[in-house]
Design a binder for this molecule. Structure first.
Ligand SMILES: [Zn+2]
Length: 786
């Protein structure tokens, strides 16, 4: 018999019925009474299904009864009473997981329909003889029924149904429940219902209602949400962490079954309503989450890392996580299928045990490494060392620290990443230059004990207490077993030889951005009941202050717009990059590239931390070139979405916006366009604009060209797109405009084009396109080595 996890299980009752008062005692509040009424309605609706299921169980029990009658001396009459009493599970509805707006559903339970046939009823109908006509015959009847049913269902053919039916052998005479297809869609359901009603097949074909978990956006926030098992229990992510609230409590009904088994009375001997699960409202902003995921994927394919690309976006004041994503991700609706990236790894695997490697990959794919993995933070940690030095008064704002390109500590030489000597630098300059020797000296000023104390105060020695699943502990001086000597102090000061989670790091860094308070990163806002009432709120109180507001302000001011690739024209943002060596792999060139950003600089609201684990060195290793561009692109979309308006900005080139001129007078339009600083050409001899290139309302660089078409004739004119990669933004603009193309330039911050080059163009060189076509040019700053 086909197993269905959602199928009510008819159980043989053991010790008489549960009495009504006992059942009532569990129904305490008004809310629960309401719930009980609702569930009662559902029960009635489902009664046909339950009937068939009970009949199936009854038939199965008949054989057992016959056996007992012959060989068991037990009182048959007494037992028969028990056989006709059944307990039915009333499934609680799992709560919905919402985004921060409280209305966007991230995970919800949806009703499903399963089609099943009753072989014994099919056989009975096929062999039924009526007064005036002979029986149809099993073969002919089944073939007709299978053809009709297969017509209703996608991907099911008549032979499949025949095989299932005949596969039962002689036991088909007993079976009432043989699943043909689960989780059918609405069209299929409508067709099945019509086929059944038109042909009086209510006994032969039936639908069973159940629920399944549905994730509206599939892969969106999959590492956060996790997924549920076949019995609707949370297995990973928020589904697991908040399972006790989401799952609700199943109810049960104990009821009598009459001896014929053909009719079911609607009265229960005992009835305990299911209590539906609570809903979870999270801190996730779906727009921010989508923006982040889009850019992580882009970064993954640009830098082809061996590991993954990860990002957390957090409110620095409350610790609320607006977005948290890892790429490659997976589809929570279909979590046992490897994502294309992991499938490619499996396909390339040449080892013997492919099955166990697949399990390894699945676990890797599901793993939310932002909480469950530690890494060496590298230079992004310099923000913390600088805060320690200023807060403790160990160093002053004017004190200078030497680079000298290297420093020797206890016989070990530590090099600066820069080939150029940074010379003598203040703390501010050390930060901007990301100078390693400079920070080793700053660390010595802080001193061993003070450094260790601040390290603990910033939360690096304890889990953050977030509600992310499986948060792990960091690896540092108390746990490594290595004496915290001068060499350790020097390298800790620039973020190497200890490992923390991204969660710990973004929490500590956010303290320097929010005025000094350590916050707990978290995902849950509150729980609501079925009527939307808040049942429980999760606090987002700040805990201890670890650094003073003045120090925070100064450090933020040192790093305003210091990482060009993470900047957005019109905004001031604070950024620090990192490129940390992975010391636990034996290969050279294994790095974690990262970038942290706080925005807006004057009063940070959000922190963004992006890491790229082991980028392919062929496409760059430095945080400034690998992680920072992702941050810049994320910010450019997230800041306007959060309602943070830009200051006046200076673009790399002057831009103008053209309109949709279709229907306008061609000559007048030409004058308007030329007045914008653009060239304009009218094609055809008509008076009215019927087409234009570029189309619609769009911004293009001054000096570009707009073509107005006045006749509905196809033009054969094309131009060849030139290669502008590796050119400066100015040179690219000139080359494209000269061809009669239009241009949009991205990635240039506040008009500063020093060390800035084109890394890609939206239309490849050599392509033949219509004059006036827009080519989007992406630029990136080069030259930073951190
Ligand atoms: Zn240096």
């Amino acid at each position: 018999m086909e197993q269905n996890p959602n199928r009510p299980t008819p159980n043989r009752k053991q010790n008489g019925s549960v009495s009504k008062p006992e059942a009532e005692s569990e129904v305490k509040t008004k809310k629960e009474k309401k719930r009980r009424e609702l569930t009662h309605k559902t029960i009635v609706v489902r009664s046909r299904t339950v009937l068939v299921l009970m009949l199936a169980a009854l038939v199965a029990l008949c054989g057992r009864l016959a056996f007992l009658q012959i060989v068991d001396p037990y009182d048959y009459a007494q037992q028969a009473v028990e056989q006709y009493t059944y307990e039915v599970k009333l499934e609680a509805k799992r709560g919905t997981i919402y985004a921060a707006d409280g209305t966007t559903k991230l995970a919800s339970s949806v009703t499903t329909q399963t089609v099943f046939i009753s072989p014994s009823d099919i056989y009975a109908k096929a062999t039924e003889e009526k007064e005036d006509q002979p029986a149809i015959g099993e073969t002919a009847y089944l073939q007709w029924l299978a053809n009709g049913l297969a017509e209703c269902l996608d991907g099911v053919d008549a032979q499949f149904i025949l095989d299932k039916y005949y596969g039962l052998g002689e036991s088909k005479l007993k079976y009432k429940y043989l699943v043909i297809k689960k989780d059918i869609n609405q069209t299929e359901e409508d067709k099945v219902r019509l086929f059944v009603s038109e042909n009086d097949l209510e006994l032969q074909i039936a639908l069973e209602e159940g629920t399944k978990r549905s994730y509206a956006e599939g892969t969106l926030a999959s590492h956060l949400l996790g997924f549920v098992g076949s019995d609707n229990n949370g297995l990973l992510g928020l589904e697991f962490t908040y399972d006790e609230f989401l799952s609700g409590i199943d109810g049960r009904a104990v009821r009598a079954q009459d001896a014929n088994g053909n009719e079911l009375a609607y009265n229960y001997e005992s009835y305990i309503a299911a209590q539906d699960g609570l809903n979870l409202v999270t801190t996730i902003d779906v727009t921010v989450q989508s923006i982040v995921e889009k850019h992580l994927k882009e970064t993954y394919y640009e830098h082809q890392p061996e590991g993954r690309v990860s990002c957390v976006v957090m409110d620095v004041d409350t610790g609320e996580i607006l977005a948290l994503a890892i790429y490659p991700n997976f589809d929570s609706n279909d979590y046992t299928t490897l994502s294309p990236e992991y499938q490619a790894k499996l396909d390339a695997y040449e080892g013997e045990d492919k099955k166990s490697y697949r399990s390894t990959l699945l676990n890797e794919m599901w793993n939310n490494t932002i909480a469950t993995q530690t890494y060496e933070p590298g230079s992004t940690f310099k923000v913390i060392t600088a805060a320690m030095a200023l807060e403790s008064g160990s160093a002053t704002r004017t004190q200078q620290f030497n680079c000298g390109r290297q420093i020797t500590v206890a016989g070990q030489t530590i090099h600066c990443h820069s080939v150029r000597d940074h010379g003598m630098q203040t703390i501010a300059q050390c930060l901007v230059n990301s100078c390693n020797p400079g920070f080793a000296y700053i660390g010595f000023e802080v001193g061993h004990n003070q450094f260790k104390n601040y390290f603990k105060n910033f939360g690096y020695t304890e889990k953050t207490g977030s509600d992310l699943l499986g948060e792990v502990s960091s690896i540092y001086f108390d746990t490594t077993g290595v004496n915290f000597g001068d060499v350790e102090l020097a390298v800790y000061s620039f973020g190497q030889t200890f490992k923390v989670t991204m969660l710990q790091h973004i929490a500590a860094l956010s303290a320097v951005a929010n005025g000094g308070y350590l916050v707990t990163p978290h995902l849950a806002k509150h729980l609501t009941d079925g009527n939307g009432n808040v049942v429980q709120s999760f606090s987002s109180e700040r805990s201890r202050q670890v650094v003073s507001e003045d120090v925070c302000k100064d450090i933020m001011s040192y790093l305003v717009n210091s990482t060009k690739n993470a900047c957005v024209s019109g905004y001031d943002v604070v950024s620090k990059t990192g490129t940390s060596e992975k010391r636990d792999t034996l290969r050279e060139d294994d790095y974690v590239s990262s970038c942290v950003t706080f925005a807006p600089a004057a009063d940070p609201k959000i922190a963004i931390l992006v890491t790229v684990d082991t980028p392919n060195p062929e496409f760059g290793i430095y945080g400034s070139a690998v992680a920072a561009p992702a941050v810049g692109r994320i910010l450019s979309e997230v800041l306007p979405h959060l309602g943070i308006s830009p200051d006046e900005s200076e673009s790399a080139v002057d831009m103008v916006t053209i309109r949709d001129y279709i229907g306008a007078d061609a000559k007048e339009t030409k004058e308007i366009i030329e007045g914008l600083g653009l060239k304009c050409e009218i094609k055809g001899s008509g008076k009215t604009v019927v087409g234009q290139m570029p189309k619609g309302e769009v911004s293009i660089a001054v000096g570009g060209k707009v073509i107005l078409y006045t006749e509905d004739t196809d033009t054969e004119d094309t131009v060849t797109v030139p290669d502008v990669t590796d050119k400066t933004p100015e040179a690219a603009l000139k080359a494209l405009l000269n061809k009669g193309l239009n241009v949009q330039i991205k990635g240039v911050f506040d008009g500063d084009t020093a060390n800035c080059y084109v890394i890609s163009q939206s239309i490849p060189s050599g392509a033949q396109v219509a004059p006036g076509t827009i080519v989007v040019v992406q630029c990136r700053y080069e030259g930073s080595s951190d």
